[in-house]
Every structure is written in structure tokens, then in C-alpha cells.
Design a protein around this ligand. Sequence first.
Ligand SMILES: Cc1cc2nc3c(=O)[nH]c(=O)nc-3n(C[C@H](O)[C@H](O)[C@H](O)COP(=O)(O)OP(=O)(O)OC[C@H]3O[C@@H](n4cnc5c(N)ncnc54)[C@H](O)[C@@H]3O)c2cc1C
Length: 551
Amino acid sequence: MNSMETPVLIVGGGPTGLALAADLSAKGVRSVLVETRTEPTAHPRATLLGSRSMEYYRRLGLDDEIVRNSLPREHGYRIVFATRLSGKLLHAHASPSPNEYMAAHREMRTDVPESGWTPYYKVQIGQHALEPIIKRWVLRQGSTDVRYGTEFVSFEQDEQGVSSVIRDLASGRETQVRSRFLVACDGGRSAIKATLGIPYTGRGAMRRNVSYLFRSKAFLEYATAAGWANLYFIFRPGAFGVFTNINGGEIWNYQNYVLDGEAEGSERDPAEQIRDAMGADFPFEILQVMHWSHHQSVADRFRAGNVFLAGDAAHLFCPTGGIGMNTGIADAFDLGWKLTAVLRGWGGPHLLDSYEWERRFVAIRNTIAAAANADRIDAMMKVTPQGLEEETPQGDELRTQFGRRLRQTSRQFNTAGLHLGYRYGDSFIVAADGTAEPPDDPRIVSQSSWPGCRAPHVWLEPGKSTLDLYDGSAYVLVRLPGAPDSAAFGAAADKRGIPFTPADVDERARALYEKALVLVRPDGTVCWRGDAVPEDVDAVWDTVAGFRAPA
Ligand SMILES: Cc1cc2nc3c(=O)[nH]c(=O)nc-3n(C[C@H](O)[C@H](O)[C@H](O)COP(=O)(O)OP(=O)(O)OC[C@H]3O[C@@H](n4cnc5c(N)ncnc54)[C@H](O)[C@@H]3O)c2cc1C
């Protein structure tokens, strides 16, 4: 058997594995990524790339390419509820178009809702379009040995690392891989997680769904009640689901909600269901059918020795709120700098334990919020009245009343706080300062330099955000005007080989950064702040670089 060595072996080339390969590549860390598929996923699956994920990809210079490949940007971000697409409109939820957000950002305006919180709004792009962009970028960097058509077979670990066997599916040839770390980004059916005997905890599998991916150039012509939208919910007694606009005119997905009591496999003919939801016989071609379930499940452990779980291998979601894939991407960007720190010798002995400590609680927070969104939809399904399509004054009144109730579901579309507001305030590698925690509201982002929060976004000049100071390569000490001499921070970091950069910012950052000195770690999280340099700077580094054991 051939053999090879690598610092990090990544299993899975979905959004999580590719994000980790990208982050490690950006830091110049070599890795091997194995993926059984020979091509990126054909099904778009998750279609919402949240603003935090976009901020991470902004670091790699990929944001423009992602936006160019997303849904057309001139349309407002629109979500409609209708009895059928050619039937009766019940409720519509609209936000400004991505172009309006981008104009506000160019002009450094914060008057468009949510534009003060992040350089991005919601970017609608399917995994089929996102994965190739990230994969191409990773290949260009040359640090990752990307092996599609390769199956991860087995592993054994010892204190120094992990010995794995991978198999090239075309030739059947097996290779032994010795790595310092193994990261399981192998999805919800993770064989690595199963081998480790780590269970998921939570509500488990919830509502079943069937997704029909189809092609239709005539879709918008027939969707007369709805017009252009990003998402189209169908609400009618006995018929519930959601259409997703995949590429702005030709490819669509219909996710049909399987109702309680419907037996597995008893679903109606796919074409009949799509026609029924449209309310018209229109031309389309079904490309793919996928059966899947909503979940609220989080693995009990994210680490076992030198093996880590990330993405769906670590947590399974309801898609309501579009947070599942984004939580996996954020796992990758949390783990990437920690693996790098340990491989380069400046990370402390407890740094890697902080991965589970930080990310598991975020996974619990996020899966619960997504499940609550799904519960709201399910509750509305149960009270959807008969008569919504009647052409009578009573029918009009019923639609108005029910449309009002459907507004309750808008929480799942206002999720900026969910995407940007998670924090690691209780983490043992964050130096708490005893001040009050900012509110954690799924809809609203309370930007703050409170230790554990994402360092705030503030425009410093057109096109340049404070976020651009944090490129992932170093800890950054943000210095407000009038900050005291902070050379001691750099001197202590140098002695330990910790990558460190001071960055002076102007008054614009003061309101949100609050303190004269704010230390931001490589993933963009505030890990210490103060108005004066502490007497024992080494104690700060002991904490934030993982030299101090959790209490
Ligand atoms: C039909 C469908 C619709 C969805 N819709 C949404 C949505 O609207 N919103 C949302 O947030 N989420 C949605 N999801 C979930 C979303 O797709 C996942 O959260 C996301 O793909 C997780 O990314 P990942 O990289 O962790 O795992 P995955 O994307 O599952 O990637 C894991 C990869 O590992 C590979 N792999 C597994 N075992 C091995 C092995 N032994 N050797 C080599 N490779 C291996 C697999 O081939 C796969 O490519 C949907 C999922 C499905 C199935």
C-alpha cells in the first residue's frame, strides 16, 4: 500500500470541508481533502449564504465571485405565501434588493435596514454553485491535495496523530495517510462519528420533506399570483411546501412538506404535486428527487483526541432560517486557526479543546432557533383554514386574516442576529471583563466589542471595513485614537511566536469598539479589551492562546 503524510486530513468536500481547506490554505497549512463524489453536488440543497460566511469569504477575496454567481441582484429579496402560485396571494415579505444594499455600502450609508451590521445582506446561492468556487480557489493555492473520487475507509489514532486508509474509487488502490489531525466533514451520516461512538442529542428527526429539483423556463409566466420571489410558500389545507428560486429563471426546487401521518413512500406523483402547487399545467422537467428530514441534533462531542467533527457531522438542522450550512462554515473557520496555531507551535495545550467548548454551544443555540422557526411554520399548517381560494367577500376576509397570522413566520427571514450574533462569552480562551453581555436576538445584531463577540463591522473608508483588518493570519490589537503605548502586547507575543499586528483606527470605530484597546483573534472574535495595557500581559496571552486549562 502507498503511504503519505499530511498535517491535516479532511474528509468531505461539502461546504464545511471546503471551507476548512480554504482557511488552512490561506494560512499556508498543507492538507489532504478526500471526497467520494467526482463532481460538486448536483443538488443546490442549502441556498442561503449568510452574512458571516460572506465575511469569511471576503477575507479570501471570493465575495465578488460568489455574489456574481448568486441570484440576480436587481430584484428585492421577496418571500411570498400563496395558496398556489397561480392562485391567491396570502402574504408577502420584502426587503431591499442586494443591489440597494451594495449601493448603501459603497456610499458608507447605514440607512438601509441591516446595512449597518455587515457588508453583506443575504446571498442566495445553491451549494452546486458555491462549492466549485471554493474548490477552484483551494486548488489555486496549491496547499491542499484535493482528491475527489476518493473514499475515506478507516482510521486508528494514537497520541501523536491518526493513521487512515483512503481508497481511489476508480482504481481501487488504497493509500495509508498519516496525519497529525483528522477532521470529519463527512456529513450527517458521518462514518467517522459512528466509529467514535459519539451520539447526537436533541429532538432528532422532525418533519419529512421531499425535494423536487426541476427545470422550467415557463415558471414565472404561470406563477401569476406570486411574480418574482426568492421563496414561494404554498399554504392550503392538505398541500404545503416551498419553491426556491435557484438561478433566477430556469431552475427551481419544490420542497414538499410531508404531513403527519403520511406513510413513507406514500407521497403522490412528483409531477402531479408540482402542478398542483403551481395550480396549472405548465412545462417542466424533473431533474432530481431527494427525501430528507428536518432535524435538531447536536453531537455530544466535537473532538476525540486528534479527530474533530465539523458541519453536519457535528449538527443537523431544520433549514428554516438558512443557518445549517453556515454553522458548518463557521465551525471550519473556528477550527482552522486553532489547528494552525498548534501545528506551528504557538497554540497552548488547551487551545484545541476550545473548539468543542465554543462551537457546540453555538450549534445548540442555532439548531434550537431553526427548529423553533420550523415549529412556527408547522403550527400555521395546522391552522390553515378551508376556503382560502373562495372568490367571495368572505374569501377575501379569510385571506386577509390568515395573511396577518402568517406574519408570525417572518422571524425565520429576519435572522441577521442568528448569523452574526453568536458569541463565545463563556469560552475559557476569552478574557471576560465582567461587563454586561449584549442582547442575543436572532433578528437584531447588537454589535459590540464585548469579549467573545464578533469584532464589529464599521466602514473606515468606502469599501474598507474594520473586518478587513482581520485577515485570519494574526491576532490584531485594534487601537483607538489616544490609546496608550501597547508595545508590551507585541513584545510578549513575539517571545511566544504568536502572530500579532497592531492596527490604529480612527474615531469612526469608537462607538462600537468602546475601549481604547481591543484584541481580536485570528477568526475575528474579540478576546480581550481594555483602556490600559494590563500589568501582566503574559496572563492575557496565556488565556487567549489556550495555555490555561478550563476551570
Ligand atoms: C435536499 C436537501 C436540502 C437542504 N436544504 C437546506 C437548506 O435549505 N438550508 C440549509 O441550511 N441546509 C439545507 N440542507 C442541509 C445542508 O445541505 C447541509 O447543512 C450542508 O450540506 C452541510 O455541509 P457539510 O459539508 O457539513 O456536509 P455535506 O454537504 O453533507 O458534505 C459531506 C461530504 O462528505 C462526503 N463523504 C461522506 N463520507 C465520505 C467518505 N467516507 N469518504 C469521502 N467522502 C465522504 C460526502 O460525499 C459529502 O460530499 C439541505 C440538505 C438536503 C439533503
